[in-house]
Ligand binder design. Structure first.
Ligand SMILES: Cc1cc2nc3c(=O)[nH]c(=O)nc-3n(C[C@H](O)[C@H](O)[C@H](O)COP(=O)(O)O)c2cc1C
Length: 166
């Protein structure tokens, strides 16, 4: 079976995970900004995107491409500050993905990186405001001071699934 990785990334951590998955599996890897790559050419897809402002960054790409990919098995990996759990599930639901996608895809939650000095001023200020309002002290500190949870070994479940599909 022929597969491919299509990712979105704002600050590079999702791109890094996508490239690690490509290195370990030999799958081709495309940024969704590359309009020449056609996801309908593949037998299965690995889609990767960060959560930015409580939504998946690739939600519009998924909705636009849904008519041509709805019959293709999908592994979705998300990259976020928050770990797997209710908050993350709510943000995925908030991204308004096609309903039959949510029930058929496999989801793997990975944790990313946020370096305050690399952010745009707009993002930095928005995250400082979010930190002031956030009742969770750990998440609030992460929004203020950043974090680095990048972990190459966390892609292992994805590699195992891809190898089975290949
Ligand atoms: C502007 C901004 C908004 C974010 N919003 C969220 C969020 O709502 N929930 C969350 O868990 N993480 C959030 N994060 C953390 C990102 O998901 C994390 O930094 C991720 O690694 C970014 O991926 P990228 O480097 O591929 O862009 C946010 C980060 C930024 C910069």
């Amino acid at each position: 079976m022929k597969g491919a990785i299509f990712f979105a990334s704002k600050y590079g951590s999702t791109a890094e995970y996508a490239n690690w998955i490509a290195e370990s599996t030999g799958l081709p890897v495309f940024n969704i900004k590359n309009k020449k790559a056609d996801p309908s050419e593949y037998d299965f897809l690995v889609l990767g995107a960060p959560i930015i402002y409580y939504k998946l960054l690739n939600r519009k790409w998924i909705r636009t491409n849904w008519p041509i990919i709805e019959d293709i098995p999908i592994i979705l990996f998300t990259v976020s500050g928050a770990p797997a759990g209710d908050k993350l599930d709510a943000w995925i639901a908030n991204s308004k993905l096609p309903e039959n996608m949510l029930s058929n895809m496999i989801h793997v939650a990975l944790r990313g990186r946020q370096i305050p000095k690399e952010l745009t001023w707009f993002d930095r200020i928005m995250l400082l405001i979010a930190a002031m309002k956030n009742p969770d002290p750990v998440a609030s500190k992460e929004e203020r001071e950043g974090f680095d949870y990048m972990d190459k070994s966390s892609i292992e479940p994805i590699i195992a699934m891809v190898k089975k599909m290949q």
